[in-house]
Design a protein around this ligand. Structure first.
Ligand SMILES: *Cc1c(COP(=O)(O)O)cnc(C)c1O
Length: 380
């Protein structure tokens, strides 16, 4: 309390952000059920790396924890954050450990690890652990990012089988590079390569990302690894999540903070890249690239009071222009949706030559997060 001015202290001020990201956890749960209906016989390794694609890793994990089999993150730091938030389901670290110290922490905190190179096997062979570590052996079937090559796999597998620090059976996984293409010859090659590399090895198999869950049912195997579908978007250029019955989990909203009547010929914003072709009614939205809205867009779709219009001029750090000519009722304070419910993120991403994944992951610390257990609690 600030006595003299009778004001709350800055820490007590309730959130005043005009740009808010609404996270619909019921939609998330519905999406998980929908994913499971695509792959009813597979266990689910839910990908919640990168702060659950910008949706908030802890609330997302808590919402689906009882209905999935394990969580996937990329780095130890992310696993520690989940553990700290009280998550009890297995957490798989997809890049594994970089040194013996990290292995010690993975052991101590009870995480699971992908093993993708011989350096990691050497560390495992040298270090005594408190319990045999569950490992996922990563095979490189053509992505050429992480994993053992076909000629290395027998040796890697045998060394892990002989290693007392490794829990048996060992799980085997690989990752697709173009499963979003339904007719991809590369995917067929990767499937054939995986079959060949794993023949003769017992264990559970895991290949399918979101694209393969939808496009390649033959790849569902013992485990699937959904990411973007959980959040209601797709990796496909031609089909948004809503087209496939998924629901957007994230809605990015803001407000109109001023309205102008501009005469024909007047320009809007930095660089004057948009000039009014006629007299126009223009609004200013209190969001820009400083919140994570893509700068490299003009004419991106925007909803104002639920009505579809488009952005105008260059997106600035804190503000973006919007055409209100067709929405006479719009005024200062009007609600703006930048993507989410009623406006697929995939569509907005296309305007900047990006994918929905990038929009989700790029939200900044300035944006306020509101979480909803039930879709109805968030009235858009
Ligand atoms: C991110 C990731 C996934 C999930 O990909 P989506 O396209 O979001 O489903 C699966 N597996 C690996 C190895 C990943 O890095």
């Amino acid at each position: 309390m600030n006595e003299r001015l009778n004001l709350p202290s800055p820490g007590e001020v309730k959130q005043l952000s005009r740009t808010v990201v609404h996270i619909d956890l019921q939609a998330l749960h519905n999406n998980l059920l929908k994913i499971k209906s695509h792959a009813p016989n597979s266990r689910v390794l839910a990908m919640i790396k990168c702060n659950a694609y910008g949706h908030g890793a802890a609330p997302v994990a808590k919402k689906i924890e009882k209905d999935i089999n394990a969580f996937g993150v990329m780095f130890l730091k992310e696993a520690l954050e989940l553990s700290n938030a009280g998550i009890k389901k297995p957490i798989v670290i997809l890049t594994g450990f970089f040194d013996s110290e990290e292995l010690k922490m993975i052991d101590g905190f009870g995480f699971e690890s992908v093993v993708h190179n011989f350096e990691q096997i050497e560390i495992l062979e040298k270090r005594k652990l408190s319990r045999p570590l569950p490992v996922w052996l990563k095979l490189d079937t053509g992505m050429h990012r992480l994993g053992f090559q076909p000629h290395q796999v027998t040796s890697a597998y045998q060394r892990l089988m002989l290693c007392s620090s490794v829990k048996k059976p060992i799980r085997l996984m690989s990752h697709f590079s173009e499963a979003d293409d339904m007719f991809s010859g590369k995917t067929l090659q990767q499937i054939a390569c995986f079959k060949e590399m794993t023949s003769g090895f017992d264990g559970e198999y895991c290949m399918a990302n979101s694209a393969a869950i939808v496009n390649w049912p033959g790849t569902h195997l013992s485990w699937i690894r959904p990411g973007i579908l959980l959040y209601g978007a797709t990796p496909f250029g031609d089909r948004a999540g809503v087209d496939l019955g998924f629901e957007p989990v994230m809605t990015l909203s803001s407000r109109i903070i001023t309205v102008h009547e501009l005469a024909k010929g007047e320009a809007i914003g930095y660089g004057s890249i948009f000039r009014c072709p006629e007299n126009m009614r223009i609004g200013t939205i209190a969001a820009g690239y400083g919140d994570g809205y893509p700068r490299n867009t003009m004419g991106a779709p925007v909803l104002v009071d639920g009505v579809r219009t488009k952005s105008l001029g260059r997106v600035a750090m804190d503000m973006t222009g919007v055409d209100l000519s067709c929405i006479p009722s719009a005024k200062v304070g009007s609600k703006v949706i930048l993507w989410g419910r009623g406006l697929p993120a995939e569509e907005v991403a296309k305007c900047s030559g990006e994918i929905a994944y990038e929009l989700f992951c790029r939200l900044t610390a300035r944006v306020q997060y509101n979480f909803y257990q039930h879709s109805a609690d968030f009235a858009s």
